[in-house]
Design a protein around this ligand. Structure first.
Ligand SMILES: NC(=O)c1ccc[n+]([C@@H]2O[C@H](COP(=O)([O-])OP(=O)(O)OC[C@H]3O[C@@H](n4cnc5c(N)ncnc54)[C@H](OP(=O)(O)O)[C@@H]3O)[C@@H](O)[C@H]2O)c1
Length: 431
């Protein structure tokens, strides 16, 4: 007999949980229609039931005992929106072992344990959906798994961290330095009190690992994703980028090269006309290059209560539909093969370099000599602020392997005429 009513357990009622609750309860009459069943919220796990909530919830639904939800045979779908690695991972595992459908927004758990959890889901004939774990409200993960299932994906890349994008956008528009804008972002609630995971690139690295795992059907070990944050970007870098026709963005890039994949997160110069250059503030965007479909761009809110809640509820409906149709275990794709990740030293990029040098005859020869010796060809060299004590050189290079750039930076560092390498930032989006 077809199930008419599906019971749901929610783990967490913070920012995202409250969005899910609102979408489920605030009069969206078509949800049941779309799911083909009535969805009933049976219990909500929280840490502190006395805490003031963002939504008005019937207190009898709240529990601090995970067993009330995970051990309840009546609950068909568990929605994990607690965050953190543990106990969230264990609760997801327990729910899947009990044959429940699971929806999660947890990038940390999926980036680190996605392969084993999806394997468990397959074994148990259950579904594990995780759309909200990357780029909040943007429907990119199930698009890769379903609509683009026929594609040979060549690359997936974009802006997947709203906090760093807000900071870089504000540095650009207000001409302020990193520390000032970070303090402002914290005051506005766009950056956490401890912003390390965002500004050091770790959050984007997790999202990139998930994107690449679905785009290329591989497992991407997090420690093999190259990661550099935006802490060292200065107002002078932003100014130099603007003068040369670029903007600076924190990019997450995964690109296939035969059997191997490059996976890297770092700030980059992007031409002002590039589709990602206009993605400002807390917005996110992901580009997918497919062999047959060409280039697609997905843009929208990368976080927040309602956009993220929307992605979670979309997954919840997909999980309910599969249950109703007796087609559980349908979605567990991606993360299949062991990924061969190209070491960063082997990756080819172009670079922008800014050097502070001695204003002496021969200094340009020293710089071009170092570049030639390390096999890095110049695309442009501009001399600025030639003064009594120092001069600035702005250099754009042609494409070369990262290991050649590292050797070049070391060589420049040994030259007495080169006072400082003030900036070394990859240039993307120019072929
Ligand atoms: N915030 C966003 O915009 C966003 C966007 C995309 C993805 N995500 C992901 O969504 C997840 C949730 O994020 P959030 O911002 O909603 O977090 P949050 O506001 O901190 O909420 C976490 C909720 O989980 C509960 N909780 C946490 N640990 C618990 C434990 N050990 N036992 C019982 N309850 C526990 C908390 O209970 P109390 O309320 O009682 O403390 C709280 O209700 C994370 O994985 C995050 O990465 C968030």
């Amino acid at each position: 007999m077809l199930q008419k009513r599906i019971k749901v357990g929610l783990l967490g009622l913070g920012t995202v949980g409250s969005g899910v609750y609102r979408i489920l309860t605030e009069g969206n009459t078509t949800l049941g229609e779309k799911a083909g069943v009535d969805l009933e919220l049976k219990g909500i796990l929280v840490r502190d039931p006395k805490r003031q909530r963002l939504v008005d919830v019937d207190a009898s639904l709240l529990t601090t005992d995970p067993g009330t939800i995970l051990g309840d045979e009546d609950i068909d779908i568990v929605v994990e929106v607690m965050g953190g690695e543990e106990p969230a991972r264990s609760y997801i595992e327990e729910a899947l072992r009990a044959g429940k459908q699971v929806v999660t927004a947890n990038k940390e758990v999926m980036a680190k344990h996605g392969a084993e959890l999806l394997q468990l889901a397959r074994e148990r004939g259950a579904d594990l959906f995780f759309e909200a774990s990357v780029a909040g409200g943007i429907p990119i993960l199930r698009t890769l798994q379903e609509s683009l299932a026929g594609e040979e994906v060549e690359a997936v890349y974009g802006i997947v961290n709203g906090t760093t994008n807000y900071i870089l956008t504000a540095m650009d528009s207000k001409g302020l330095d990193f520390a000032e804008v970070l303090a402002e972002a914290q005051a506005l609630g766009y950056a956490e009190a401890d912003p390390t995971a965002d500004i050091a690139g770790h959050d984007a690295t997790r999202k990139l690992a998930i994107l690449a795992s679905l785009a290329f059907n591989i497992q991407v070990p997090l420690d093999q994703v190259h990661c550099a944050g935006i802490e060292e970007i200065t107002a002078a870098d932003i100014e130099a980028a603007r003068e040369l026709g670029y903007v600076i963005k924190l990019l997450a890039i995964a690109r296939r090269d035969g059997e191997r994949v490059e996976a890297r997160v770092h700030p980059a110069f992007l031409p002002q006309g590039h589709p990602l250059a206009g993605v400002d503030g807390v917005y996110n965007a992901v580009l997918v290059e497919g062999r047959a479909v060409g280039t697609l761009m997905f843009y929208g809110a990368g976080a927040g209560q309602m956009p993220t809640g929307s992605a979670v509820v979309g997954d919840l409906i997909a999980a309910a539909r599969n249950l109703r149709a007796g087609a559980r275990g349908n979605n567990a794709t991606g993360f299949a093969r062991e990924g061969k990740i190209i070491p960063m030293e082997e990756v080819e990029t172009r670079y922008y370099l800014r050097l502070r040098v001695a204003p002496e005859p021969g200094v340009l020869g020293t710089v071009t000599g170092c570049c030639g010796a390390e096999g890095v060809e110049l695309a442009s060299l501009d001399v600025k602020n030639w003064g009594k004590d120092s001069a600035d050189l702005h250099i754009r290079t042609q494409r070369a392997k990262e290991k050649a750039f590292r050797r070049l930076l070391a060589a420049l560092g040994r030259e007495p005429q080169i006072y400082a390498v003030e900036s070394a930032i990859p240039i993307e989006g120019e072929g």
